[in-house]
Design a protein around this ligand. Structure first.
Ligand code: RIB
Length: 335
């Protein structure tokens, strides 16, 4: 049997509210008594019952983090920012991978709600239909979307300026003289990949003369980048530059370009998006668009905790964070 707060109180010779105040570092307990109570609690191996506390306070001090796949280093950095902010507020984070599968997503959300989480961070609701989204918006706990714009602005959001990133990538390739350009990206309904891809294509179209990129959709991971690049290089031999929807895909593209005996950037220039740490150590180091991953996670938790505190009045908040070009060695002038 584990020790209870009553056991600690009895052993320490004080009442349970004094024990509670001492353990929670609250006022009204002198230093000597606090030290005595802490040492008794340690000796009895006392652990507070958070479930019971949650029933009283209505807070579980737990947040859910639902991402599509933590193996994408982008999400690892977002998760780290979220966890650090949660920890500073004495909250724990429960991680779930949805694979952007709506069924899996809803099952996880249900189970997080049953655990009475104080809020949920998630990277997408795009796979859910309108009714499911509406139910989610009214589920009773705050939800912050990571790097997505909110449908009907029903949820709070922390988003990078994906469209600006797409425009920067386009202008950079145009300035290097590229005209045969391809864009490799995720599924059509993917929110932020869609935003950056559309802005990229518009900026190319606005060039004089207009440039119309080859656009291929597929998985937005390493394997997806590899497969799409193989297809691209087989079907569109004139392409001299590729904009990969994210760095994870760009790593797969590097593999496929080298497998085909081509040089980067000698034959093909490659630019990514995200600026994951790996991008600076692959060969050649990847030119990419930096987005503030850690800050996205941290800001999302800050918003979530504010909304959880302001129980009755939950006006959604929207933050847009800047992006910029990181110029490394994977792009060169068009030959
Ligand atoms: O959902 C995956 C992608 O979206 C990440 O790689 C990152 O680019 C994010 O914005």
């Amino acid at each position: 049997m584990s020790a209870t707060i009553k056991d600690v109180a009895r052993e320490s010779g004080v009442n349970t509210s004094t024990v509670s105040r001492a353990l929670n570092n609250q006022y009204g307990v002198n230093c000597q008594t606090r030290a005595h109570i802490l040492s008794v609690a340690g000796r009895l191996n006392y652990r507070p019952n958070r479930v019971a506390q949650g029933l009283v306070t209505g807070r579980s001090h737990t947040l859910g983090l639902l991402v599509s796949d933590i193996r994408n280093p982008f999400f690892a950095e977002v998760a780290r920012g979220a966890e650090d902010a949660a920890r500073a507020a004495k909250c724990d984070v429960v991680l779930c991978n949805s694979d952007l599968d709506p069924e899996k997503q809803l099952r996880y959300i249900g189970s997080l709600l049953e655990k009475r989480v104080d809020g949920i961070l998630m990277n997408s609701v795009a796979m859910l239909d309108r009714e499911q989204q509406a139910r989610l918006a009214g589920c009773g706990v705050p939800i912050v979307l990571l790097n997505r714009s909110a449908p009907n602005r029903a949820f709070s959001t922390v988003c990078s300026d994906n469209a600006a990133g797409g425009r920067i990538a386009a202008q950079y390739l145009l300035d290097l003289g590229h005209r045969n350009i391809a864009h490799l990206t995720g599924p059509r309904q993917h929110g932020n990949l869609g935003d950056r891809g559309r802005a990229f294509a518009q900026a190319l179209k606005a060039a004089n003369p207009p440039v119309h990129p080859v656009v291929l959709h597929g998985r937005f991971d390493f394997g997806g980048g590899w497969e799409l690049t193989k297809r691209l290089l087989a079907d569109h031999r004139g392409v001299t530059a590729i904009f990969a929807g994210n760095d994870f895909m760009a790593c797969g593209a590097v593999r496929a370009i080298l497998d085909r005996g081509l040089r980067i950037p000698g034959d093909i220039s490659l630019i990514g998006f995200d600026d994951i740490q790996l991008s600076s150590v692959i060969h050649p180091p990847l030119t990419t668009i930096h987005q503030p991953k850690y800050e996205i996670g941290r800001a999302a938790v800050e918003i979530l905790l504010r909304l959880a505190r302001e129980d009755g009045d939950r006006a959604p908040e929207h933050r847009l964070l800047g992006v910029h070009l990181i110029e490394r060695e994977s792009c060169g002038p068009a030959s």
